[in-house]
Design a protein around this ligand. Structure first.
Ligand SMILES: Nc1ncnc2c1ncn2[C@@H]1O[C@H](COP(=O)(O)OP(=O)(O)OC[C@H]2O[C@@H]([n+]3cccc(C(=O)O)c3)[C@H](O)[C@@H]2O)[C@@H](O)[C@H]1O
Ligand SMILES: Nc1ncnc2c1ncn2[C@@H]1O[C@H](COP(=O)(O)OP(=O)(O)OP(=O)(O)O)[C@@H](O)[C@H]1O
Ligand SMILES: [Mg+2]
Length: 274
């Protein structure tokens, strides 16, 4: 195995093989224990219809159901956060049906995102790129989740996991901004394994991952943007040999995005120095 590959696997905490049932139990227990330790009343999470939020949402609801059965008042608020009408809204609804959250709310991020964009154009006289606007959508979604968390003393769940963290494929302080990461240590196919164990509909389990942030390319797959498939990233994280060009691409992205996996760099830090 490549030396950096071993270091990355250790940082991402990915195991080459998992027992799906045990991983579900461990992660539900983590959510319950942390809710108790933090004196919070439960969780909030945006549900997109994608693999990660379907899994994290289901784990949150299982945790809340158990807390309630044990006599603790807890709630999970699932948030739909479309920009206008989402092109695959039916998948988001299927995810909500599967999760069966205690409560669900809808906040359309379009007015906030577009209002922000208008004011930006007034300030600078220049338009915002579709790519940059995509990151604004992710940060408005984060803001909506923190607004709900702040009103009800909840924790914001983040869906970051090994296969996304390693490439830094998330918006800094957008979907990367959260309080608790129940999926960390899993790769993408392991997320799907847990969903299958939980009895999720097949269409949601096999769904192609998409950040879905672009006006110009709705539903563009992550693999198209990254230029590398999750199967390859997963193989790399499970310690297998992958083609050298793929390994180098993953490692380049890992090194370039280190700043996203730390608190802001301070004058006392040295991790960034070559
Ligand atoms: N070395 C460094 N040290 C400290 N900070 C550094 C830095 N380099 C950039 N930065 C800062 O980071 C910013 C760039 O990071 P960021 O704003 O995140 O932007 P960036 O990484 O350019 O874009 C986010 C990427 O994540 C993808 N994404 C986003 C959301 C969800 C998903 C998904 O899978 O669903 C994927 C999205 O498609 C895009 O490829 C710069 O504008 C700068 O402020
Ligand atoms: N349209 C949306 N509505 C609600 N939440 C969203 C939406 N888009 C993104 N999010 C939130 O941002 C997170 C990051 O998006 P990401 O695409 O990585 O995950 P996903 O959509 O759940 O799964 P996948 O990676 O398989 O598409 C989501 O898990 C979800 O919490
Ligand atoms: Mg998605």
């Amino acid at each position: 195995m490549r030396q950096l590959q071993a270091e990355i696997i250790a940082e991402m905490g990915v195991q080459p093989e998992i027992n799906a049932g045990e991983e579900i139990r461990r992660r539900v227990d983590f959510l319950k224990a942390y809710a108790a330790a933090s004196h919070t009343n439960g969780f909030v999470l945006g549900i997109s219809g994608g693999v990660d939020s379907t899994l994290a949402g289901k784990l949150a609801q299982l945790a809340v159901d158990e807390l309630k059965a044990e006599g603790t008042d807890a709630r999970f608020i699932a948030l739909r956060l479309p920009y206008k009408v989402q092109h695959d809204e039916e998948d988001a609804q299927a995810a909500l049906d599967f999760i069966a959250p205690s409560e669900s709310l809808v906040y359309n991020v379009q007015p906030a995102v577009d209002g922000f964009e208008d004011e930006y154009v007034k300030m600078t006289g220049e338009s915002i790129t579709d790519f940059n606007k995509g990151n604004i959508k992710a940060r408005v979604r984060m803001t909506a989740q923190y607004a709900v968390a702040g009103q009800h003393n909840l924790l914001v769940i983040g869906t970051d996991h090994g296969a996304e963290s390693v490439t830094g494929f998330f918006t800094k302080f957008g979907d990367g901004g959260a309080d608790i990461l129940p999926l960390f240590g899993l790769d993408k196919r392991q997320n799907r394994q847990l969903l299958a164990e939980l009895g999720a509909p097949a269409g949601l389990i096999s769904k192609a991952p998409t950040a879905d942030l672009l006006d110009d390319a709705p539903g563009q797959t992550d693999e198209t943007e990254l230029g590398i498939g999750y199967d390859t990233i997963d193989d790399y994280l499970e310690g297998r040999d992958v083609p050298v060009d793929a390994a180098e691409k993953i490692e380049r992205r890992f090194l370039m995005t280190r700043h996203k996996r730390t608190v802001p760099v301070s004058v006392l830090d040295t991790w960034w120095k070559p």
